[in-house]
Design a protein around this ligand. Structure first.
Ligand SMILES: [Zn+2]
Ligand SMILES: [Zn+2]
Length: 268
């Protein structure tokens, strides 16, 4: 059964449209892997978001499919998050109501509180009706993060006089994969445990590098990237060391071994 998922303009979760969707446990049965979903936004509450929405009125703005679902380790209420696959944005806002009729069929028992739910199963007929009003844009999953944006630092190398980006592959720059990797692996370095927010405070909150563990040369062309097994979060130092030698990308275990070898173990 298709499902409408609501995206709020502001959320306690760092949801990323088309990449990651957090939801309370009670919606788990509706959001199984493979479920077709339509993205929805309610009426605008804060005008500051007008420029990032297709419409101020309640509307549908994209379709996608639910990927793998994970427990959110940061939640003490058993919340979950789903990876979002095949996100296809609409060119136009599809209004919730056309010619006086809602596109979603509201059950008689739910008239009073229907729109309160953030996840709403709908019939195939309603799903088709919504899509019949939508012009689909090309899938946006190949969009890289802008240069110098969070996590894509470029370092000036004094000795070589050239700029070196420590994001070695285009998979490390793709925004949706980056958000998925962070949701799964967290914001701490998987080699040394460094946490930018803990060390630097609020200013560094959310900063981490995402590293692709299979070197691009071993990759053999196109392959679906699995953010759970193919990507890992690293601090800027560890990431730089992993890519220090162009022809030899270190494994995370090799890096951990180096760190252990260097550190002096303090007597208990
Ligand atoms: Zn590190
Ligand atoms: Zn890397």
């Amino acid at each position: 059964m298709p499902v409408v998922i609501v995206e709020n303009d502001t959320s306690q979760w760092e949801d990323e449209t088309g990449a990651v969707y957090h939801f309370p446990k009670r919606y788990q049965t509706w959001l199984a892997q493979g479920t077709e979903v339509v993205y929805y936004k309610g009426r605008i509450k804060d005008k500051a978001f007008a420029s990032v929405r297709l419409s101020a009125d309640p509307h549908y703005f994209g379709k996608a499919r639910i990927g793998k679902v994970y427990a959110d380790r940061r939640s003490d209420k058993g919340d979950l998050f789903a990876l979002i696959e095949n996100f296809t944005p609409f060119e136009n806002a599809v209004p919730s109501k056309i010619a006086g009729e809602y596109l979603e069929t509201i059950p008689a028992s739910r008239v009073r509180n229907y729109w309160r739910d953030g996840v709403r199963p709908i019939s195939q007929t309603d799903y088709d009706a919504i899509l019949s009003h939508a012009k689909l844009l090309p899938s946006a999953v190949d969009e890289p993060v802008a240069d110098m944006e969070d996590g894509s630092l470029t370092f000036e190398s004094a000795s070589e006089g050239s700029k070196t980006s420590y994001f070695g592959t285009r998979y490390e720059r793709r925004k949706d994969l980056r958000m998925k990797a962070i949701a799964i692996h967290g914001l701490d370095c998987k080699a040394c445990g460094f946490d930018f927010e803990q060390a630097y405070g609020e200013h560094a909150k959310g900063f981490i590098h995402v590293h692709h563990v299979v070197p691009i040369s071993d990759f053999g062309g196109e392959k679906v990237v699995n953010p759970e097994t193919d990507l890992v979060t690293l601090c800027a130092n560890c990431h730089a060391v992993v890519h220090r030698k162009r022809d030899m990308t270190l494994s995370i275990d090799a890096l951990k071994g180096m760190l252990r070898g260097r550190w002096v173990i303090e007597p208990q």
